[in-house]
Design a protein around this ligand. Structure first.
Ligand code: HEM
Ligand code: HEM
Length: 151
């Protein structure tokens, strides 16, 4: 009786885990495709902006799915003496990724709404840096892309 209840509980936990894993996969696929489509469609500004905003929205979901890790990394950023360790370097890298995403978004809206471009093309610069950084971030986590498990 007890072992059958245990079995049901384990199988329910497994189903929930594989559902979460599938949701993370869906978010990863949307992140990659919205970034690519936004870049490819850059000459069609409305579509570039629309897919760019989908990308930013899904970055929000991506971070929400990693709430605990993101909070731990943010706290680590405040402990300067620990920044040189592996976890500190991860915090720095992810912190930079976050800042460059926000900078790309702000400069994108600036270019969209201001009467003329900034002299330094901030959106072009942050857009290109973000793209390179995303390739590195994704390539280093390639094996976790499909079956991401967060404990
Ligand atoms: C093309 C877009 C992106 C893809 C495909 C992607 C993919 C991934 C993958 C596969 C992981 C590992 C998940 C795991 O441990 O199970 C991860 C982790 C993470 N990502 Fe992303 N990501 C993207 C963009 C971003 C952006 C823009 C940010 C920040 C604003 C970000 C922040 C993080 C953080 C904080 C983690 C957890 C710690 C780490 O492994 O670095 N990601 N991402
Ligand atoms: C995946 C995210 C995005 C990337 C990687 C990206 C990158 C770029 C790049 C490389 C350009 C060409 C710049 C040039 O020719 O000088 C561009 C143009 C532009 N983007 Fe984005 N962008 C993204 C999202 C957005 C968003 C969300 C907005 C609006 C809020 C936006 C607004 C614009 C505007 C108005 C232009 C044309 C004017 C300009 O050159 O700055 N972009 N983008």
């Amino acid at each position: 009786m007890n072992s059958s209840a245990d079995y049901t509980k384990t199988s329910r936990m497994r189903t929930a885990q594989s559902r979460r894993s599938a949701l993370r996969w869906l978010v990863h696929v949307t992140l990659i495709s919205s970034a690519i489509v936004s870049l490819v469609l850059e000459p069609v500004l409305t579509l570039h902006v629309a897919f760019g905003l989908v990308f930013v929205l899904f970055v929000g979901f991506h971070l929400a799915q990693r709430r605990r890790i993101s909070q731990r990394l943010a706290v680590r950023l405040l402990k300067v003496q620990k920044l040189l360790g592996p976890a500190g370097r991860l915090a720095l890298a992810d912190g930079f990724l976050f800042i460059i995403t926000v900078a790309m978004l702000f400069s994108g809206f600036w270019d969209l709404w201001a009467p003329h471009h900034t002299k330094i093309r901030w959106h072009a610069i942050t857009g290109v840096v973000l793209t390179i950084y995303l390739v590195v971030h994704t390539a280093r986590r390639w094996r976790r892309l499909r079956f991401s498990q967060i404990r």
